[in-house]
Design a protein around this ligand. Structure first.
Ligand code: ZN
Ligand code: ZN
Ligand code: ZN
Ligand code: ZN
Ligand code: ZN
Length: 459
């Protein structure tokens, strides 16, 4: 019996110990608590419990340090339970929760920033848990968090350089630090740029006594200090020359072309005289470079003297004449066109013939005229057909030379050229006899053939 009591006592002790151990795992945290609060700004904060402790009553106590302020009537329980209360003056309250196992948000309150300070202010919450089911059970848990109260409007001190790109200033009241970029001035040239070397410009931050500086390079200029142009290469008649000048500071050299002068030719002079048939040549020379310019001269052409008749022309044969160049002595042979046949008039025909011949010779002395004369006066074959009724002239092939000369009486050959002398009239007579004989023969042949036909018809 005594043994059983001891065992029971031990079990109760173990159970109580176990309950106590499990309850001691309660933790507290403050939710939605900002790290910083401006003066006059308020924040609602929630007390949350962890570790799932069991409690039949909760006692809460709140304290805030100077600089922070509890907002009256802002506290309240987040859980449902009996006799919930909170005393604003004493800053503590109690509740008997319906739900015995605690978890999550159980309490809330509002604090307000009152006095800005460089030092953070603490908020502390302490809760005491009681469990009526466990004799003597009591657990006290505390949570403390700091909040910094800062100025609604800061009272910044002077700027100070932080690094090459930014500076800072600090509030003399709450210690807040503001970081911004340097504000550079327009810069000051500390080393002037030239065409030889780049320059330097120093910029200084204008914010308070920050004093930060930076240097930037100024590129080289193109403002050279050139001397006078000097002739580096003389131009020639055909090639460009060159002028140069250089910068006395950086030595840069500039060049420009000088135009070629062109040739300076003298007058034209004949270097080869033209001949009757050969071309001549003229030339001129540049007085500067000796270049030669040439051009050809046309041949002069022959200057022929008066033609000399070698063989006179007749009515039936071409004549021949020569003419000689008075300059080079070249002799050319020419034909004299045939004479036009003489007319029947005894005296007139002779004179006409002579005139005709003279004219022909005169005109043929001219080269062009002679050519035309030769062409047109060439003998042409023409058939002169006689009318059958006229007995005296029989149809015969006759070579009748026709001349273009107006004095020529071509075509009128009527057989009786009495009284005309000279070789022309003799040939005319011979021709007439031949024609008459031929015509007579033909007539005889014709009559005999007709008679034969008649005899045949009579038979
Ligand atoms: Zn401040
Ligand atoms: Zn600065
Ligand atoms: Zn220069
Ligand atoms: Zn020249
Ligand atoms: Zn000649």
């Amino acid at each position: 019996m005594k043994k059983l009591f001891v065992l029971l006592s031990c079990l109760i002790l173990l159970f109580g110990l176990a309950t106590f151990t499990s309850a001691s795992s309660a933790t507290l945290s403050l939710e939605e608590l900002p790290t910083e609060l401006r003066e006059g700004e308020s924040a609602e904060i929630f007390l949350s419990i962890g570790g799932s402790p069991k409690a039949s009553s909760i006692y809460v106590e709140l304290s805030v340090e100077e600089g922070l302020e509890y907002v009256p009537d802002s506290a309240g329980w987040e859980i449902v339970g009996g006799l919930p209360d909170f005393n604003d003056e004493k800053m503590h309250g109690t509740i008997m929760p319906n739900e015995k196992t605690l978890s999550g948000r159980i309490f809330h309150f509002t604090v307000k920033g009152k006095i800005a300070s460089a030092t953070a202010r603490n908020i502390t919450l302490t809760i005491t848990l009681h469990n009526s089911a466990v004799a003597g059970y009591e657990e006290i848990v505390t949570v403390t968090k700091a909040v910094k109260v800062v100025c609604a409007t800061h009272s910044y001190g002077d700027y100070a350089k932080k690094d090459n790109s930014s500076h800072t200033r600090t509030c003399t009241v709450c210690g807040s630090v503001e970081t911004t970029s340097h504000s550079w001035d327009g810069g000051r040239v500390t080393k002037a740029a030239s065409c030889k070397e780049a320059g330097e410009k120093l910029y200084t931050c204008t914010a308070g006594s920050c004093g930060a500086t930076k240097t930037e390079t100024v590129p080289k200029t193109e403002n050279h200090t050139f001397g006078n142009w000097t002739r580096a290469k003389d131009p020639t008649c055909t090639a460009k020359g060159q002028d140069t000048r250089s910068c006395s500071v950086c030595g840069k050299v500039e060049t420009k072309d000088v135009a070629a002068t062109g040739h300076s030719y003298g007058d034209w002079s004949v270097t080869k005289e033209p001949t009757c048939e050969g071309k001549g040549e003229q030339s001129r020379t540049c007085s500067t470079c000796g270049a030669k310019d040439t051009k050809t001269m046309a041949a002069k052409g022959h200057s022929y003297g008066a033609p000399v008749v070698v063989t006179p022309a007749t009515e039936t044969a071409l004549g021949k004449q020569t003419k000689t160049c008075t300059v080079c002595g070249k002799t050319v042979e020419e034909e004299i066109p045939m004479l036009a046949p003489s007319t029947t008039e005894p005296v007139e025909s002779e004179t006409a013939q002579e005139t005709s011949q003279e004219t022909s010779q005169e005109t043929s002395s001219h080269e062009t005229s002679q050519e035309t004369s030769q062409e047109t006066s060439s003998p042409t074959e023409s058939q002169v057909t006689a009318t059958p009724g006229e007995g005296t002239s029989a149809p015969a092939e006759s070579q009748a030379p026709t001349g273009t000369e107006p004095s020529g009486n071509a075509g009128e050959s009527s057989g009786n050229g009495g009284g005309s002398r000279g070789p022309g009239s003799v040939w005319l007579w011979v021709l007439l006899v031949v024609v008459c004989l031929g015509g007579g023969g033909f007539l005889l042949f014709f009559l005999l053939k007709k008679k034969k036909k008649k005899d045949g018809a009579a038979k």
